[in-house]
Design a protein around this ligand. Sequence first.
Ligand SMILES: C[S@@+](CC[C@H](N)C(=O)[O-])C[C@H]1O[C@@H](n2cnc3c(N)ncnc32)[C@H](O)[C@@H]1O
Length: 178
Amino acid sequence: MENIANAILNHIHFEPDMHIMDFGSGTGLLLEKIAPAVGRISAVDISTSMNEQLDKKRPSLDCELEIIELDLSQANLDKKFDGIISSMTMHHIKDIKAMLTKFHAMLNSGGFIAIADLETEDGSFHTEDTGVFHFGFSREALLDLAKGAGFSNVEVTPASTVHKPQGDYPVLLLTGTA
Ligand SMILES: C[S@@+](CC[C@H](N)C(=O)[O-])C[C@H]1O[C@@H](n2cnc3c(N)ncnc32)[C@H](O)[C@@H]1O
């Protein structure tokens, strides 16, 4: 997670007055690293238990935090952000094109996406496949999907590698601007 956060910090020029969203924030492993660089983070996650764990970290976070419990593939969030970050969540989303289109509409003009997820894998990453809609993504698919959703300056770069007993899994970072 440290590597993913560093890859995002290296690619994106954050400003102290920025309001960003972390999609699928979980326990906040990514957002706690980005917090010192921005003013406010809206953490969106469907899971009550994840949100409860994140809430406990609130006092140690270096920015304002809003926790929103929501299934963003079903519901809309009527807010605008300067950027959207996400780590290891998109493979749990069935319709990637629809989600990226939603992200585009939720960004202020010039706002960014920085989305990290697994590169195409053989299905061995998860031992249980419930809620897994994609065995990672190819670089080309991510570029096409982001361009199709209206993003410019689209780039995919290596972000990290997750080491598991059953293998090593490269993680890609998709960036682009609205
Ligand atoms: C693999 S975890 C990643 C958590 C965190 N970003 C990290 O890297 O440690 C995926 C997270 O996405 C959340 N999630 C999955 N589908 C979602 C949806 N449709 N809307 C909001 N959150 C979702 C899950 O509850 C989970 O916390």
